[in-house]
Design a protein around this ligand. Sequence first.
Ligand code: CO
Length: 195
Amino acid sequence: MAKRYILQNGDPALKKKSRAVTDFNKRLHELIDDMRETLIEANGLGLAAPQIGVLRRVVLVVDTTIESESHEEMIIELVNPEIIAKSGEQTGSEGCLSVPGVFGIVKRPQIVKVRAQDRFGNDIELWGKELTARAMCHEVDHLNGVMFTSLTDHILTEEELEQLAAEKEAAGEDGKDPETDSLSNTERGLGKGEE
Ligand code: CO
């Protein structure tokens, strides 16, 4: 496994549509393993292959509802993911490893159903809710060249970011560096006030 460089906003690859995976071979497994390592190193909640310059429909999402002490065990691998159902709505702040330090308010469904394949080509279907639903939508958007910055009508100011950090601290969350936290869990904080 090798850690890869995460492309930063403005790189043309981030605006491109990724192609479907057709071969579930060693090369795909190496790509996914590299993505896992890159995501863990960056301490993010999701990563899409185009973010490391590979225009293939592969994403990783950290499902924070999986009960584990290990970041590694919470990672869901989704190949050729499609959102096939959604319900409800959540308003909250969102960030991206390709846009460090920037967070914007984005509306997303509260619950989504995803159809995908695993790394061996087996069909899978799963549900994501709340933060996981947000991350699934965000990562699938990357495969279509869509950045969260084009979906937000409110980029958080320096002041709002500080307030958010203070709220998080008060809530007893670990003091993750917002620069490396790809999606922040602020639905109960700032997000609520926006609804
Ligand atoms: Co992103």
